[in-house]
Design a protein around this ligand. Sequence first.
Ligand code: IVH
Length: 670
Amino acid sequence: MAITREQAQKRLEELRRLIEEHNYRYFVLDAPIISDQEFDELMRELLELEAKFPELVTPDSPSQRVGGAPRPEFATVRHRQPLLSLANAFSPEELRDFDRRVRELVGGAVDYVVEPKIDGLSVALVYVDGVFTTGATRGDGEVGEDVTANLRTVRALPLRLKRPVARLEVRGEVYMPKAAFARLNKAREEAGEPVFANPRNAAAGSLRQLDPKVTASRTLGLFVYQVLYTEEPEPATQMEALDYLAGLGFPVNPYRLHCRHAGEVLEVVEEWTTEKRAALPYEIDGLVIKVNSVALQRVLGATAKSPRWAVAYKFPAEQAITRVLDIIVRVGRTGVLTPTALLEPVRLAGSTVSRASLHNEDIIREKNVRIGDTVIIQKAGDVIPEVVKVLPERRTGEEKEFHLPERCPVCGSRVIREEGETAHRCSGGLACPAQVKERIIHFASRSAMDIQGLGPAIVSQLLDAGLIADAGDLYYLKVEDLLPLERFAQQSAQNLIAAIAASKNKGLERLLFALGIRHVGERAARTLARHFRSLDRLREASFEELTTLPDIGPKIAASIKAFFEEPRNLEVLEKLRRAGVRMEAEAESETPGPLAGKTFVLTGTLPNLTRQEATDLIVRAGGKVAGSVSRRTDYVVVGDNPGSKYDKARELGIPLLDEEGLRKLLEGRE
Ligand code: IVH
């Protein structure tokens, strides 16, 4: 039955409202109430209807989040009022000076708000009648770049406010979460692309893309912290402004704190510098201290560059000095040669560091790192140690320059550097044992086929014994094959064979990721699995069909086509198929999952799962994930550096789970 334009219009409005509501619950409140599948279903219906009635597509439609057409350059936007930057304070003394100046100027006591200083890039967002219309980078403060299309792809950004304010302008910070940053750089390293130095550069590089699809493929977050202009009555204090923004549907950082005087501010600063900072899933480089009263902010005014009512307290960088003992080279899954510095072990930001990635030869040249050098290291994005700089004054003349080898250290094939790539790559392909090995390790890894007990050491053993030559061979191993090998006894051999057999049913999404198709990460694998639902259909897809999908650009599409043209890959796929490895997506089940009716709260960093992955698993199993702990919470999942949710859970006596415990529940083992 054909649907009329009026009916379509009505349903589209409803779908947009529903999708944005669920999007808000997921990305802003961190508390989804429907599964990914249900969400995808709504989205699919919306896209189909909009395809039938293209004239009904609106700028606030969630379909616009996948990224529109690329553009030749950015338009510029003049900000209504200059976007100022902040003066810095580097010590408690400098904070006291700031407070003293403020109190002198206003002639009395002042209360403050302390907020985390998000290390991202500043954006100004304009809403007209409640609809997001323009977003710009800060630029030089007066004029920025129009990145509206890219900002629409940031899922936490509301495309429509909860109320239609006639005109509203706000300021906030776009950032890249630490986990997304680590994943992105790893993928770029493998792809021979230059890595980003820190999450801030990665966020800026992702937002300032002429092709919004590239932005859409990156994980970006947003916090909004300032009302630049509103046609509604203005909030009287910064605390109220933050509540006002949250009430309109903006993501507002939960760690805002009201301090009655400078003494309290200093206590908060101390707490953050020592503990809280490392626990956040995103990078902060300090705290921002703001005079709470907007009336007093007006009295204090601004200098040409920065307001007198606010200051940025910068954390001391966590750095250490050590020596480069050697530089070694690792050959990765796609043949990329990654140089790694072996360091004299040193304590840094809560752990002992003994190696640092040097990423590629350009970076070694740029930083001029030599074997034997004394260097300053720090953790980029608080996780991956990196060499900041060499201390040349400590050189003795004994230091040795380093060059990547011309031949692969593993197979001896020629090392090549393709035009436009930063990576050096072994040209041996599947003839290179290192690449074969890394591929199989990747295939078996936790986020791929998750074959328990099949780590790097065992993979090496199986390859050396000639028992396997590719991932397909794993499924033909027998207990008797393993028994003669060192480290294997009857039980362990049986366990491994059982784990391999169990992996046959992991589903299409994991299989696609496990195959190690260049540029196909977990996110692209998920998109492909959901769209094509079978390996055969994916194999038949045209380049054009592939590129219509969100997250799939021409580079990924070309790589997928190339993968299916390579006879060796087809051989492996055939082995997998004959062994009974499932190559279809699971049918959407109607039966309630093992976690049906249970509410979970997540806190801290889990060893192997991002927050989003954990949430996905729980919701897919029928559970709910809430943003805060209450008596109605059934379980709290606790990772490293948990926050106050952990204390609250203990106080209320709510059962605690670690990642392993969560997996047990998911698998119905408990
Ligand atoms: S307030 C006029 N609050 O830090 C006041 N800024 O070094 C404007 N930033 O350019 C800034 N988190 O990009 C403010 N909670 C926060 C912030 C924040 C990060 C950035 C912002 C600004 C820079 C100043």
